[in-house]
Design a protein around this ligand. Structure first.
Ligand code: ATR
Length: 277
């Protein structure tokens, strides 16, 4: 008899993670003999957690806050996206070795494809310059964006990120100069529950002819997306990227391509109702 495949997520705090709900749904739909568990891991125990995962024969882990960067030091290899982004969110364990990957960037791109948003040839305006922004800038570069402009509260971080990827650090008002059809992406944590009244962009900057994407998914309809809807612009919320990055991770662990599109509405409903906000 084949052994059950054990999977999980490590982070701190982890109790509100949506990943166990997402993976339980996919495992059930696909009829996989897998089990996915949320592990609370403190930073000082990170190395022991990775070594222990190897020793226990666990197949795969997702990695979330605050371990995405630090975990890289304890892995045997990492893929190109993770190396360039500087963060690992998925690890596969095989024969005592740990392979790190980043499914945030491909998850972001697959979701946009599913939502009918084309990055190729478009100007992309990124709000924020943290880890999530790095994944988005990497993805936009890969997708062939015409230009990538980065605006951040701390301008030095925007300059650093722009320098790493051949992008441009800009001020907020440059959003007004974007061509019609350009894409504005919030990668900051502004607007996240419980501070759901906040928007990283003032209402006056919203335009009907841009597409607005928020990586924040709690609440699903952030103030940023509400402002965009009010002017009649197209919007993409953060739940889709979460779903696609999870499906890509499950595919990475099980070796099968997971076609999550056909369950998209169902899975959204399933995980959306687990949100706190
Ligand atoms: P993550 O890995 O989730 O991107 P991070 O690396 O801590 O997290 O980055 C958080 C991003 O949100 C940063 O761009 C941060 O701006 P700073 O670089 O100036 O810190 C941005 N951010 C967080 N709170 C913010 C706020 N109240 N106003 C504007 N930007 C904010």
């Amino acid at each position: 008899m084949q052994q059950k495949i054990v999977l999980g997520v490590i982070g701190s705090p982890i109790s509100h993670s949506l990943s166990p709900h997402l993976h339980a749904f996919l495992i059930d739909k696909l009829g996989l003999d897998c089990y996915y568990h949320a592990f609370e891991v403190q930073p000082e125990n990170l190395r022991a957690a990775i070594d222990g995962t190897k020793a226990l024969g666990i197949r795969g882990l997702n990695v979330t806050v605050p371990h995405k960067q630090n975990v890289m030091a304890y892995l045997d290899s990492i893929d190109e996206a993770a190396a360039k982004i500087g963060a690992v969110n998925t690890i596969r364990f095989e024969n005592g070795r740990a392979f790190g990957a980043n499914t945030d960037a491909p998850g972001f791109l697959k979701n946009l494809q599913f939502q009918g948003v084309e990055l190729h040839g478009r100007e992309v305006f990124v709000l924020g310059a943290g880890g999530a922004a790095r994944a988005v800038v990497y993805a936009a570069k890969q997708a062939g964006a015409a230009a990538i402009k980065i605006c951040n509260r701390t301008p030095e971080r925007a300059q650093q990120l722009a320098g790493d990827f051949g992008a441009q650090a800009v001020t907020l008002r440059e959003i007004q100069a974007l061509a019609a059809g350009s894409i504005a992406i919030n990668t900051t944590s502004v607007g996240m529950y419980p501070e759901a009244d906040a928007s990283p962009l003032a209402e006056k900057f919203f335009r009907r002819d841009l597409i607005y994407i928020d990586l924040v998914y709690n609440p699903v309809k952030t103030r940023f997306l509400q402002y965009a809807e009010t002017v009649g612009a197209k919007t993409v919320d953060g739940l889709g990227m979460l779903i696609f990055q999870g499906a890509i991770a499950l595919g990475f662990w099980t070796g099968q391509e997971i076609d999550v599109e056909k369950w998209y509405d169902e899975v959204r409903e399933k995980i959306g109702c687990k949100l706190l906000g």
